[in-house]
Structures are given as structure tokens and as C-alpha cells.
Design a binder for this molecule. Sequence first.
Ligand code: AMP
Length: 487
Amino acid sequence: MSFSTLGLSDQLMQAIHASGYTTPTEIQSRAIPIALEGKDLIGRAQTGTGKTAAFVLPMLHYLSSTPRTNRTRALILTPTRELARQVEDSITAFGRFLQLTSLSVYGGVNMNNQIKRLGRGVDIIIATPGRLLDHVKRKTADLSGIEILVLDEADRMLDMGFIHDVRTIISRVPIKRQTMLFSATISEEIKKLAATIQKSPEVVEVGERRAPAEGITQHFYSIPQNKKLNLLFHLLEAKSLDSVLVFSRTKHGADAIARKLAHKGISATAIHSNRSQAQRQRALDGFKQRHHKVLVATDIAARGIDVERISHVINFDVPAFAEDYVHRIGRTGRAEATGDAITFVSPAEQMNVKKIERFISKRFVVERFPGFDYSQETVENFHRGERHEAFSHANRPQKQKENEQNSKYDKVKKKSINRVNKTGHSSEHRDFPNAHNRKNQFRENPAKRINRGRVTTEAQGSDWGALADDAKDFEKGFLKKLFTRDR
Ligand code: AMP
């Protein structure tokens, strides 16, 4: 099939041609005709399948072939800033021969510029839910003219606890509209959401459920936690890896890895939520332009990273959630390219490998890395995750201390639910500047922060802590998802 059979306008065909796309991917060839008819749509497609163009192209076709209004006509909700930027880039590329304006709206950057741009009027808004809701509440964004609504990576948005924000936003959008929902997985929760916001949607499912993109070779290597850095150096030195995305479970781990690599003379940069949007963008651009050979990222920050020809994804930690594994390795082998995914597995992480195997219905062999000297001296014991392993029986007092801290944290979590319930959705909860310092403060006296009416999601070395890694983005949302599910 070629793009010309899909019924897209000449200007869009020209832009597609200029983008270098020749053949539509499966999700594009199946979803575009349905979307062009104005029908509601559920697209089950993983990242890397070309789903962005599957909704951007028909949206641009509709907006450019129907009368303009002086209000925003299309809204795309994404879970992360990076994905919002990526979708905006796609709109700019495909809309280059059209007279449409678009704006991405996300947190972590100054609101005033967004207010000015919104005030001048835009045809398309691409937004993360938290920041958009702030604008809606301040009446600086008007959603009353929306004709097309897209939820991109809806499963992720729900995972991040944005469901209430998403529902509030949708309640401000006219009922008469076209709604397209894209998600890598269609859970019961997604079905429930779709049932309340869509009308008789057509469902397009591509690829095998939960399967990572084809063309990705997956390797699992056993390695003690404190030798992971040695193995990373070994890999980067021995193999000709030119564009490597390394995943770390924590922000501090990401920084430390990038720093150690840089000391070793390997150009590396890190991307995570403690960095400002400008720093994140600079890191991403530097990696895209091949100034850095290695980009070290946390799971949340990596959402939406779209870099062509990432040759290798290295999981420095095994993700605690199997779904994250699929998302991580989907960063390589994009759009039918090939790539390698390498996962470092410490003895304590074997259980997580089992979870991944069950999730994607595939068995892996966890083997020793051939040619690597396992007896060599440890580079440095730096990673937060290592603390877990360092808690051996011989070190019981320290472990007990950690357990106490965790149970203290559990109590704080419970208190924080009440706080969320009481204080509702105030943007104060999202305001989490200087997270690093606050974390230390929290360690000393967790209750202090709660007393000041803030919800915390910082916890050390646990799955909880890893999930809450991007505290800025889903501090409030994540707690709400876990603890206010029945509200
Ligand atoms: P997405 O799943 O939308 O994030 O797209 C993944 C990658 O595939 C991006 O780099 C797109 O530019 C690329 N892509 C999407 N559609 C096509 C196509 N029809 N032909 C070639 N590359 C594509």
C-alpha cells in the first residue's frame, strides 16, 4: 500500500514525501482511513510503530479542509513533555505546507510564555494533563472549540495517575467531537475510560500483544550490582556502539553513570526529571546530533524519546515493571530498523526477569558476558540500587534501619492520601521545586513535608521509589492512583 491511496490532501502528500516516508506502517494504513471518516478510534499500537503519524495526518487533513474558527480545534494529551515535543515536531513536519498553528504545553517551563502563545490563539494544543489543567483553571486555555481529541499513550497516562486530570480536561471539551485513543495495551481501565469518552469506536490493533518490536535482539547478562559499571565500560570500549541509550532506575543513578562515563572519556549525558526542560532538551539534542555517544535516562524521562538509529539500549537495572522493559527496548529498532537490547541482571533482579518473561511470553537465558573478567576490581560502589544488595545478613543492623525507614514511609504515604483527599487538586502538589534537597529533608523528618501540605513520592531503593522517579510529573497523580482508586 502507498500513502496516495489513503485519501490525504496534496499538501500532506507533499509533506509526507519531504519527510522521506514512502510506505505507511500498518497502524497508519489501517487507522488513517477510519480517522478520515471522522469516526472514534482505539489504536492499540506500541511506540515505534508509527502511531504518531496515524493520528497527526488525518487530524491535519480535517483541520485544513474545514473552516477555521478563532478557537483551538484539536487537543492531543500525552503523558510526558518529551512525547508532547515529539508530537509537535511531527505536526510541524507534516503541516509545513498548511496554515495551521500548534503549541505544546507542559510543566517544568515558564507558564507566561505559554499564556502569551495561547492568548494569540492556536489551532492545535499538544499537552501534558497537569499543566493543561492549570491553564484551564486559570482560564488561559479554552477547550470549548475542540473538534478532535487524541489521547496518546493512554495506558501510560493512567499508569502515571493522570486519570482524574484527564477526565476533568475532557469534561471541558465539547461532547460533539472525534476522539482517538492510542495505547500500547488495552487494559480493563482503558476500556472503561474509552467507554465513557468515545462513541462506538473502531478498534485497530497492530503487532503481537505486548511483544517488543521485531528486529530487536535481546540479551541478558548476569553481573553483580557492584560490577555493572565495569561491564558498561567493557561493553562501550570493546564493541563499536555508536548511539547507546542507557536506562537507570533512578535519577541519581543516571547522573552517576553519565558522570563516570565522562570521567572515562566516553561522551555521555543524562536526562531525568530533576533537570530543567532546557537541560533535558540540550541533552537530547546533543545525543541526536551524535555529540554524545551515550544518553543515560530514567524510564519516565525517556518516554517519547525518538532518536533515529539508537543502536543499543542498555538496561543498567532490570526495570521493576515488565511493561517498562517493553517501552525501554522499544527505543531501539524503531520503524522496522534493527537494534540490540542488553540487560544487566544482578542476582537480586532475577525475579524481575521472570516478570518480563511472563509479560511478553518469552524465555531468556541469563548468561555471563563472554570475555568479561568477573574477578576484576569494582570500579566504584555508587549506585543507589546497590544498597539493596549490600544489605546482607552480615549487615543486619543496616537492613533493619532501612526496613524501619520503609515502614515509616508507609505511614507517611497513608497520611499523604488524606492530605490529597483534603486538599484536592491544588497545583501546589505539582509544584515540587528543588526535589533533590527536599528528599534529604524528607529523610530526616518525613512528616515535616506532609505538614506543609505537600505530598511526597520520594523513597529510596524500592520499587515505589523507582516508580516515583519522575516526582515532578506525577507526584500527586501517582499517589492518587494508588490510594484513591475508589474515589
Ligand atoms: P512513532 O511510533 O510514531 O513514535 O514513530 C516511530 C518512528 O518511526 C519515528 O522515527 C517516525 O519518524 C518513524 N516512522 C513513522 N512512520 C513511518 C513511515 N511510514 N515510514 C518511515 N518511518 C516512519
